[in-house]
Write a protein of this length. Structure first.
Length: 83
């Protein structure tokens, strides 16, 4: 998966978090992708549990409840080799 893909996911999360996405067309333009590609990103995020919805009156995507979409590795303490 190209790093650009992950950067897009992080930027999408940021814009959704601040409710600053605009319409799907505006959102896709901000990402420099097609609307179809934007919908693919949103679909992947939803598959991983992101509660994304769109408000027609506010013309923005939003999360149905507070939270962030985090892409990171988290090491478990129990899995560390003993020194």
């Amino acid at each position: 998966m190209p790093i650009n893909y992950l950067n897009h996911i992080e930027f999408i999360d940021h814009l959704i978090h601040i409710k600053g996405t605009g319409t799907p067309k505006e959102f896709a333009t901000r990402l420099s992708v097609s609307e179809r590609t934007l919908y693919n990103y949103l679909s992947v995020m939803k598959k991983f549990g992101a509660p994304i919805a769109y408000c027609k009156s506010k013309r923005s995507y939003y999360y149905k409840f507070e939270g962030r979409f985090i892409l990171q590795f988290s090491e478990s303490e129990g899995d560390r080799p003993q020194s």
